[in-house]
Design a protein around this ligand. Structure first.
Ligand SMILES: NC(=O)c1ccc[n+]([C@@H]2O[C@H](COP(=O)([O-])OP(=O)(O)OC[C@H]3O[C@@H](n4cnc5c(N)ncnc54)[C@H](OP(=O)(O)O)[C@@H]3O)[C@@H](O)[C@H]2O)c1
Length: 390
């Protein structure tokens, strides 16, 4: 039985991961669960059902309440040390990294340092510290198995091929809910409208990132680190049906695509079972009923976040960490109705222009840049609020 430590168990990816575990009895087990502590009822239910040895909550204050709900059973620990213990748990064969945002970086690195293979959903880890994380994975001899559907698709399409035979990779993007919304209406879209994703059901942060296309920008950076390709050989195409999850073009002009229904249990199951495959699908694709599959170029005027992410990748050093931090603050502020939808790229671009990026040689460099960028982005949000009289 393959045992997993699941970081971010109460989130959208976490819940889907436990669904895969439940549907494959005897094949996967749970060594540890970890989350922030925002949904203790769900965490207690998961602990009862999956009987992990350890449960970790980022919020130490929430530990006593969870202990009361769970009773005798797993050890329950709190704080960043608790998350690190879950990530490095001795019983774990594989760590699923599915915390949202920058908070995923330190626990994911702890898993790598402990010699665990990592099934990575938390793309922010590679956006912030791709060079450091990939070097640590090489040094520890562990695999980073992508859970993002696009990167899972590329990983699968690359299997059995030589890296030198790849000419480019093409990430597909649904285009989100505002692909065809007139620009003048984009100024007034509400968090509720932005949270209505046309094809995927996901956590709030990634859903807003999908609406701005920052998600695709973060994925370009993630792909650069996982597959070792320069940014100019990573393209993005809008594919509203979310059936073709991504494509690889080879030097002879041949293109291999991976297809499937928009169901994250597919890529999660692939990463959990790797290098094997699961015995049965969770949902199957009937191409006669999928309707037309269409592709179009990205309208870069509409989606400034994708350009900003590419520029940050090109700038290197701590620039992607600054981009990521500013994006997290901008998304949180948009959801709290403190700024408008089109202010999201504005906050990010202004933060990047005000914060010098430096070399990112250590995780401390990255975390320092992250902290300063958050403070800067918060003051930009305030300035925008004052300028419109909020
Ligand atoms: N959802 C998808 O379909 C999808 C697809 C591809 C990639 N991803 C990536 O997967 C990651 C998770 O996305 P999601 O949609 O599953 O997010 P989500 O639904 O918002 O869940 C986030 C999870 O992270 C936990 N968390 C938040 N802050 C934490 C902290 N400081 N310390 C420890 N745990 C913390 C949350 O715990 P609480 O419940 O206690 O707050 C929750 O378990 C993101 O990086 C996203 O980009 C998601």
């Amino acid at each position: 039985m393959k045992k997993i430590s699941l970081l971010g168990s109460t989130g959208s990816i976490g819940v889907s991961t436990l669904d895969v575990v439940s549907r494959c009895p005897g094949r996967f087990g749970v060594a540890a669960l970890a989350a922030a502590g925002g949904n203790l009822d769900l965490m207690a239910e998961q602990a009862h059902r999956h009987r992990p040895a350890l449960v970790a909550l980022a919020s130490s204050d929430a530990v006593p309440a969870l202990r009361r709900l769970v009773g005798d059973g797993p050890e329950i620990v709190g704080g960043i040390e608790g998350l690190i213990r879950a990530a490095a748990h001795p019983e774990a064969d594989l760590v699923v990294s599915a915390i949202v945002g920058a908070a995923g970086l330190v626990p994911t690195l702890a898993a790598i340092h402990a010699g665990k293979n990592v099934a990575l959903a938390n793309k922010e880890t590679l956006v912030m510290a791709g060079e450091i994380v990939m070097a640590a994975a090489r040094a520890s001899g562990v695999r980073i198995l992508p859970i993002d559907s696009e990167h899972s698709a590329i990983f699968q399409a690359l299997a059995g091929h030589r890296p030198e035979d790849v000419s480019r990779i093409i990430l597909t993007a649904s285009g989100g809910p505002f692909r065809e919304t007139p620009m003048e209406h984009l100024r007034r879209v509400t968090p509720r409208q932005a949270l209505r994703h046309p094809t995927w059901k996901m956590g709030n942060k990634i859903t807003i990132d999908s609406a701005t296309l920052m998600n695709k920008g973060l994925e370009v950076i993630e792909a650069h680190w996982i597959f070792g390709l320069p940014p100019e050989r990573i393209d993005v195409l809008i594919h509203p049906q979310s059936i073709v999850h991504s494509l690889v073009e080879f030097t002879d002009g041949s293109v291999i695509a991976q297809l499937g229904p928009p169901d994250m249990r597919g890529p999660i199951g692939y990463a959990l079972a790797y290098p094997e495959r699961l015995d049965a699908p969770f949902s199957s694709l009937d191409l006669t009923k999928a309707g037309p599959l269409t592709f179009e170029p990205v309208d870069s005027g509409r989606f400034a976040c994708l350009r900003l992410a590419r520029e940050a990748l090109q700038a290197g050093g701590t620039a992607p960490a600054i981009l990521n931090a500013a994006n997290e603050i901008a998304v949180r502020s948009f959801l709290a109705e403190e700024i408008a939808f089109l202010d999201i790229p504005r906050v990010i671009e202004t933060t990047l222009s005000r914060r010098d990026h430096r070399a990112a040689s250590t995780v401390e460099d990255v975390l320092h840049a992250d902290r300063l960028a958050r403070t800067e982005a918060e003051s930009i949000v305030k300035e925008i609020g004052q300028s419109v009289g909020r």
